[in-house]
Write a protein that binds this ligand. Structure first.
Ligand code: ADP
Length: 551
């Protein structure tokens, strides 16, 4: 027997319709690419999204066609985001931090018809335009008056793109499984793979992400996604904020500590979300200038593990609650939240901090399990490591054009129907998950696994350390041994002995790095994370001092 409730397909046009109806004057504030702060609201974003839909249709974009963006987090980016998705086209956010050749490859693979770009990215587009096979129009997200066209062909300024189009455009009315967004993984191994979100997965994921034990945002909040829209949909915040009526503050291109702080204080921001490296820059700015946060209450940090120093600085020094989040592009991206379990409430302060450093519990809508290489379940005892597998309505089933297929249906799933995240983790009796490594970064020493993340977290908290990374380096007896790589803070001179002393007693003896090296800058990848691939390349012939003894 079927239920007798209404048909109401879960499509994202309903999100911006809801904001326009219920919160038309709630502000959308942007640090524009040109510099000044601009002010809009949900009614105006809705109107321009309608105009954008008509502009797309006039230029021959149809349902299922892809529209690309090389753009910062701004109100205009949000207008074309909804303008494209709401008519059944696919909004493809391209990560501009990738190499130009990779960007061209991705745009060709996606077959984008129109490419939107911020002025920042004119030099990239000038370079790759001749390589692009499907793009017929380039739209600069600036007004005609300020638009430096550069040498880009078929070029239109944003105001000209929208000009003359009415706000009368049909949205929705299609299957909720229709594709809405496309985002490529950064392709650290092999070609990038496209994750194709559906309307239904986006709507459900935004509701999952904003549960009370998740982002927990409401109409009283002013939220600022520091994670860009090209990094896994700004972690759903461009859906979450209009859904709940929060004021939305968009930081555009300026993601340094001073500019972020100015927006937080100037706009009364209560909630931010971003990777540890940008949080560190913000905290350094606040500390170095003797500032404090007057409105900020909660900060979601994910994308890589939170260094303990960042967690303690927010919670202990500034009274800001940290929500540790783990996830990945293939999960839309949220997988877990580190909000305390009721059992944690009894813990003393230091133990609570330790519990918060774990990646956390699955919200409703995510299933987690850990297995060995043959797919056998590992116990949830907080000790056994295993491959972390996930399942849920906002987890990828297959990649665009069946890239990386693992079965004859073109799916990227294990035989049990779960997606292998490529992470190695423990899960404890309370369901709290802790990442111990990326499967490819785990250090395999004498058949046992050493977690690089644990060592890095401790090293990053040491005096005079700006950033630290641990990689496995060849060792004749043990296969691999850990090498600690340290980027000192400017003017600081941490020593090898000091670094090893900081680790002593905090990790198992056999996890102690065999050597410590100092570098001027630890390389970061396209989403602001430590680029282990580049480090492994830099140190591939490194001779550990323990090598000779073993030979
Ligand atoms: P990319 O690595 O290409 O930027 P994602 O942004 O999808 O792609 O990254 C997903 C990966 O980032 C996860 O599989 C995990 O290894 C890592 N990650 C994300 N959040 C955390 C976290 N809170 N702690 C540790 N690792 C994390």
């Amino acid at each position: 027997m079927l239920g007798l409730m209404q048909e109401w397909p879960l499509t994202v046009d309903k999100i911006i319709d809801h904001a326009k109806t219920n919160f038309p004057r709630r502000e959308v504030v942007t640090r524009s690419t040109e510099g000044p702060i601009t002010r809009s609201n949900y009614a105006a974003v809705w109107e321009n999204a309608k105009r954008a839909t008509n502009a797309f249709r006039a230029r021959g974009v149809a349902s299922g066609d892809r529209v690309g963006t090389l753009a910062w987090t701004t109100d205009r980016h949000m207008e074309i985001w909804y303008g494209a998705m709401n008519m059944g086209a696919v909004l493809h956010t391209v990560n501009p931090r990738l190499f130009p050749e990779q960007i061209a490859w991705i745009i060709n693979h996606a077959e984008d018809k129109i490419l939107f770009l911020d002025t920042t990215f004119i030099p990239i587009v000038e370079k790759i335009a001749p390589l692009l096979k499907t793009v017929t129009t380039f739209v600069l997200l600036s007004d005609r008056a300020q638009a430096p066209a550069g040498a880009i062909p078929h070029f239109v300024a944003y105001d000209a793109f929208l000009h003359g189009h009415s706000t009368d455009a049909a949205w929705g009315g299609f299957d909720e499984h229709t594709a809405a967004g496309l985002c490529y993984t950064s392709g650290t191994t092999g070609d990038p793979k496209g994750v194709l979100y559906s309307h239904r997965s986006n709507v459900l994921h935004a509701m999952m992400a904003n549960q009370t034990d998740g982002f927990g945002c409401g109409a009283q909040d002013a939220v600022m996604p520091i994670a860009p829209m090209f990094h896994a949909n700004a972690w759903a915040i461009t859906f979450v904020a209009p859904m709940c009526g929060a004021k939305l503050v968009m930081p555009g291109p300026k993601l340094d500590g001073a500019n972020l702080y100015e927006l937080i204080e100037g706009e009364g921001v209560t909630f931010i979300a971003g990777v540890p490296t940008v949080q560190l820059a913000l905290l350094n700015h606040v500390r170095d200038n003797g500032l404090k946060f007057s409105t900020l209450r909660r900060v979601a940090i994910g994308g890589s593990a939170i260094p303990e120093a960042v967690l303690r600085a927010y919670e202990d020094d500034y009274g800001v609650e940290v929500i540790h989040a783990w996830g990945m592009t293939e999960m839309s991206p949220i997988g877990t939240f580190g909000k305390p379990h009721p059992e944690h409430v009894k813990l003393g302060h230091d133990d609570r901090i330790k519990a918060k450093l774990k990646q956390g519990r699955a919200p409703f809508g995510v299933e987690l399990k850990i297995t060995d290489d043959d797919g056998n379940l590992k116990p949830h005892d907080g000790k056994a490591f295993g491959r972390l597998m996930v399942r849920g309505p906002a987890v990828a089933r297959a990649y665009f054009k069946n890239a990386g297929a693992k079965n004859d249906k073109g799916e990227c799933l294990e035989p049990c129907g779960f997606f292998d995240t490529g992470d190695v983790a423990t899960i404890d009796e309370l369901g709290v998950m802790q990442i111990t490594d990326r499967a490819k970064d785990v250090i395999k020493s004498g058949g046992e696994w050493i977690s690089s993340i644990d060592i890095e977290n401790i090293a990053m908290g040491a005096d005079g350390v700006a950033c630290a990374a641990v990689i496995g380096v060849y060792h004749p007896k043990w296969d691999e041994r850990p090498l600690l790589i340290v980027e000192p803070k400017s003017g600081a001179h941490p020593t090898r002995e000091r670094m090893l002393a900081v680790l002593d007693g905090k990790i198992a003896k056999w996890w102690m790095p065999d050597d410590v090296v100092f570098v001027e800058k630890i390389p970061l990848g396209a989403t602001g994370k430590i680029n282990k691939l580049a480090l492994r390349e830099m140190f591939k012939n490194y001779q550990l001092p323990t090598t000779q003894a073993a030979e």
